[in-house]
Design a protein around this ligand. Sequence first.
Ligand SMILES: [Zn+2]
Length: 128
Amino acid sequence: MGFRDLFNERREQVRGIRPDLRIELGIGDSAEFPANRDYAYCAWDGEKARIVFAPKIRQADRSRQDALIRHELAHALLTSADLPHSERECDAVAEAIFGDLIYYDDDDVQTLVGGSRPRPPYLPNPSE
Ligand SMILES: [Zn+2]
């Protein structure tokens, strides 16, 4: 299964909870993701969420792709419901919805296997 199919499958799971929520998938320009660990962000315009991934997501392993997708979908759910939240809270929601724990690997990127949790305290905590 490719990245886009994986995203669509996870988005369908979110639709089971919030059928009304519109979520678009985008692949951004690599210049938008300057840091090694920058892979994605979620933007909310008041009507729909747009989750944008770095082009390098296509080369990421499945576990990293899936954890990032889950994390960004949790942002979409929370932000669209006007619920301010921390990055750790976002991971907690993703864990509750999808049923697996979210870890952080040696690159400080989300993953579903190995690594550490919760999110390391030295990482930035914007709603991204
Ligand atoms: Zn985030």
